[in-house]
Structure formats: structure tokens, C-alpha cells
Design a protein around this ligand. Structure first.
Ligand code: SF4
Length: 357
């Protein structure tokens, strides 16, 4: 039996939450279809071998949003022979042959057994999946699926046993993944929460699984957001709620603590892409000790300037795990004064943080 948090029960009555993520709430309540269901009903002609799939895709996305606006109930037409979701899936599969799903851009052929930095093969490994009661109030109970492995090397990773072990979990195909989506929704999940490790290396199988899913459930992209613009374009129009991490403002810190070049530049670009394409989102910022001035404050200011409707979870739960004790600056929890400073900055900027932090 679940121990129900009262904030979960009342989340959808909260004005801050209602005004920030209205479409997501409608999908949770089965008042509107999830975006992937609409994309699977958006009919297009099967492209020829010679056609430039990206040009076709980008042209169709303009009309897609008008199509989305015609759905204000759960009345869905039958699936056409070929749809926007099919096109997105076919493009994703092609990318796998010279992988640039994330900004590591390894260009390995994952269909031939070659591995890139993430060490994910052609098919994903799922470490575990369950109904998560500990996510933000509007997200819990959440049908969380933990993919193994990651393209980041964060020295303080709390999920390091999953993210840094490419052999953890078991291989799944698209049909098994689709069955997980259906099972979790039937068991009471408000959403499907795709996380890891990192979901990005698994985009082709995830899209294939969405093609096989006919239950209405909002899709959450719970990610480090180090995707290429190409991967972002594939996900826009399928993801109902973005749940991005925004960890660092200082590029040097991203490089030394997560092994990631150009982190801030990439994450800012992707957050803007999602937000500008009607993206509803809850941005997570994990407050690191000794990083208030260099990272927390500039991140909050940037969110205020660029994502004013986004909910912001200012997370206090950092603790030194994995290899963090080797790095003196992050070898303790953030103290009360640092958290107070972070909250004060958010309040001063008028961010929407109280309902989800
Ligand atoms: S998803 Fe993996 S293989 Fe593909 S570019 Fe990123 S790290 Fe490299």
C-alpha cells in the first residue's frame, strides 16, 4: 500500500502548478490525448528513399501544432498507414548507424555493436521500473523507468551503480518497453518518467515503443539535456513534460565534475528549444556546496529571463556520494545559509519554485 503525500493529492489544485503545466494535467486526467498519441494520428505520405527526411519533418512540424489544437477531448481518429511518429522513429533509427543522439557525437555504428561514450548498445538495458512516490508533487505517483548507463561522468552521481555500469539491468526491446508503459499507467502512474542513467541514448527504442503504445499517458523526459538539436527536434511533439537537470553555470565546473564540455551552452540551447515549442517543464537545480555564486544564482537568473513559466525545483538533497569526497569543495552537504541564499534569490526573481521544491 502507498503512503500518500497530501501535497500529491492537492497538487493539481495549486494555482502555480495549474498555470505552469496545464496540458500535462489534462493528459494525466485523460481529458486530452498525450502528444505521442496525436503524432501517431498525424497522417503523412510514406517518404521515398530519396527524400530528405529532415526537411520533410521540419515542414510537417508547423502543421502538427495546428493538428494538436484540434484535440480538446479524447476522440482520436484511427491510426493512418504512416504518421509523424513513424517518421520520427525512422529518423531516430538512422541516427543509430552513426550515433549523434547526444553532443558527444561519437559517430559510432551502434547497429554493428560499436559503442560510444555512453556504452549503450543498439537496445537499451533497463535497470528497474516502478511507481515512484518521491518525485515532485504533480509528478508522483510516477511510472519511472531507469535506463542503465549515461553519457555523463558526474563524480557525485547518486545513481552511479546504474549510470556507470553499462551491464546493469537487462536488455529490453520496444515491445517490452511498451508493456512497461501500459502496466505502469494501469497501476496508477500519472505519467511515464524516462530517466537513468540517461534516456537519450535510447531514443530510437523509446520512439518505437511509443508506436506500440495505445494507452493515454503523458511522457516525461527526465534528462541531463545534453542532446543534439536533432534529438531535440525528434522529441518535441512527443514529450508532454520536460524534467531537465540544470547543474552548472560555469563550464569549467561541468568539465571537472561531470567530464562534459560545452555543458551550459548546450543545456541552455535545448531548454529554450523545448520551452519555445510549447514545452511545459519542471527545471531541477541541485544546489551544490560552494557553488551558489558561480552556478546557482546565474542559473536562476537565466531561468527567470528565459523560461518564466517553468516550475523550478531548487533541490537541497545533495550529499557527497560516489567519488565526491575526493573533491573538497563538494565533500559536504549544502548548509542552511547556502539554501537560504538560493531560495532568497528565487523569490527575488519571482520564480515559480515554492510548489515543487
Ligand atoms: S548517445 Fe552514446 S554513442 Fe551516441 S553520441 Fe551520445 S554518448 Fe555517443
Amino acid at each position: 500500500m502507498w503512503l500518500i503525500r497530501t501535497d500529491i493529492l492537492t497538487a493539481f489544485q495549486n494555482e502555480e502548478i495549474k498555470s505552469s503545466i496545464p496540458r500535462y494535467i489534462s493528459v494525466v486526467k485523460n481529458q486530452k490525448p498525450a502528444l505521442f498519441l496525436i503524432a501517431s494520428r498525424f497522417p503523412i505520405d510514406h517518404p521515398s528513399d530519396k527524400e530528405d527526411l529532415w526537411s520533410l519533418h521540419d515542414e510537417l512540424m508547423n502543421d502538427f501544432w495546428e493538428f494538436v489544437d484540434t484535440f480538446d477531448s479524447m476522440d482520436l481518429p484511427p491510426k493512418p498507414p504512416y504518421s509523424l511518429l513513424d517518421l520520427k522513429t525512422d529518423i531516430a533509427k538512422r541516427i543509430l548507424t552513426s550515433c549523434e543522439l547526444c553532443e558527444r557525437r561519437c559517430l559510432v555504428n551502434r547497429t554493428n555493436g560499436e559503442l560510444g561514450v555512453c556504452r549503450v548498445a543498439e537496445k537499451p538495458r533497463v535497470s528497474t521500473f516502478f511507481i515512484h512516490m518521491g518525485e515532485e508533487a504533480p509528478i508522483s505517483p510516477s511510472g519511472t523507468i531507469f535506463f542503465s548507463s549515461c553519457n555523463f561522468r558526474c563524480v557525485f552521481c547518486q545513481n552511479w551503480d546504474i549510470s556507470q555500469n553499462p551491464k546493469s539491468g537487462r536488455l529490453v526491446d520496444s515491445l517490452e518497453l511498451a508493456n512497461m508503459f501500459v502496466t505502469l499507467r494501469k497501476e496508477g502512474a500519472r505519467n511515464i518518467n524516462l530517466v537513468g542513467g540517461e534516456p537519450t541514448p535510447n531514443i530510437p527504442t523509446i520512439l518505437e515503443a511509443l508506436r506500440l503504445t495505445d494507452v493515454n499517458v503523458p511522457i516525461i523526459w527526465n534528462s541531463n539535456m545534453y542532446l543534439t538539436p536533432e534529438s531535440m527536434k525528434l522529441l518535441i511533439g512527443l514529450v508532454d513534460l520536460w524534467l531537465p537537470d540544470f547543474k552548472y553555470w560555469d563550464e569549467e565546473h561541468a568539465l571537472s565534475l561531470s567530464g562534459i564540455p560545452n555543458y551550459t551552452k548546450v543545456v541552455r540551447r535545448n531548454l529554450k528549444m523545448a520551452y519555445d515549442a510549447r514545452g511545459e517543464m519542471v527545471v531541477r537545480h541541485l544546489v551544490l556546496p560552494n557553488h551558489i555564486e558561480c552556478c546557482t544564482k546565474p542559473i536562476l537568473r537565466w531561468i527567470s529571463d528565459n523560461l518564466p513559466r517553468a516550475l523550478v525545483n531548487i533541490m537541497a538533497q545533495y550529499r557527497p556520494e560516489y567519488k565526491a569526497l575526493r573533491y573538497p569543495e563538494i565533500s559536504r552537504r549544502p548548509n542552511a545559509a547556502e539554501m537560504k541564499e538560493a531560495y532568497r534569490e528565487a523569490e527575488k526573481l519571482g520564480l515559480r519554485w515554492r510548489s515543487v521544491s
